[in-house]
Design a protein around this ligand. Structure first.
Ligand code: PGA
Length: 254
């Protein structure tokens, strides 16, 4: 199927893979996906593997992403990593506001907005994650939650920066649970999100911005999800840890 927007499929490896395992995985992906031109492909290893993975994919169609970064550029922030440090490894994308960070590190929409601005300041494209919990969905609060997250996490971005930002709709109840949103649930959330972007920016920006779906994306559900008019890619957790399943997600999406 043809969409104006190029699909973007990213693997979020989370806190998995030693350097040796990461190099092994990305070496297989580089070989298996060498001919894929229709999709922007991104791998997001842990910080410790960025340098080695970066070297492996230098001459490939794979792009590098990080899973988080500081909102500060440098200074006395023990344990933090800045956008400029990521740039040293040719990182192009950075996942921001993943629900696990919102939950375990208590990241707020305001913090995520500051990180998104810092990412753009260093020419990194943020992948900003939003999504409702099961309680929120069952309480019919999905749209309200998504709107609040979008308004807060995208605050201060220019229209151009918004176009260069990727959004990832990840219903929290679908992450790592094997429960995928139905294609109707995904499409309706994505259409709603695009509408909010149109209201916050304008129609042209909303038409260009790419919205990934995330939450138990697997080879057997990728095609149907990706065929939805407002679904422009996937943010893949568990199934990105093996070359075969990530590769099948990509090839099934084309
Ligand atoms: P999952 O994770 O594919 O394992 O559900 C998705 C994510 O958290 O990005």
């Amino acid at each position: 199927m043809t969409k104006d927007r190029k699909l973007i499929i990213a693997g979020n490896w989370k806190m998995n893979k030693t350097v040796a395992e990461a190099v092994d995985l990305v070496t297989q992906l580089k070989r298996d996906l060498a001919n894929v031109k229709e999709v922007d492909l991104v791998v997001c290893p842990p910080y410790t593997a960025l340098s080695d993975v970066s070297r492996v994919i230098l001459d490939s169609n794979l792009r590098l992403g990080a899973q988080n970064m500081s909102e500060q550029n440098n200074g006395a922030y023990t344990g933090e990593i800045s956008a400029l440090m990521l740039r040293e490894f040719s990182v192009r994308y950075v996942i921001l506001g993943h629900s696990e960070r919102r939950q375990y590190q208590e990241e707020s929409n305001e913090l995520i907005a500051r990180k998104a601005l810092a990412a753009h300041g260093a020419s990194l494209k943020p992948i900003v994650c939003i999504g409702e919990t099961l309680d929120e969905r069952e309480g019919n609060r999905t749209e309200q939650v998504l709107e609040t997250q979008l308004k807060g996490s995208l605050a201060g971005l220019s229209a151009h920066q918004m176009e260069e930002t990727v959004l990832a709709y990840e219903p929290v109840w679908a992450i790592g649970t094997g429960k995928t949103a139905s294609t109707e649930q995904a499409q309706s959330a994505h259409a709603f999100i695009r509408g909010v972007v149109a209201a916050l920016f304008d129609d042209a920006v909303a038409r260009r911005v790419r919205i990934q779906y995330g939450g138990s994306v697997k080879p057997n559900n990728a095609r149907e999800l990706m065929s939805q008019p407002d679904v422009d890619g996937a943010l893949v957790g568990g199934a990105s840890l093996e070359a075969r399943s990530f590769g099948e997600i990509v090839t099934n999406s084309i």
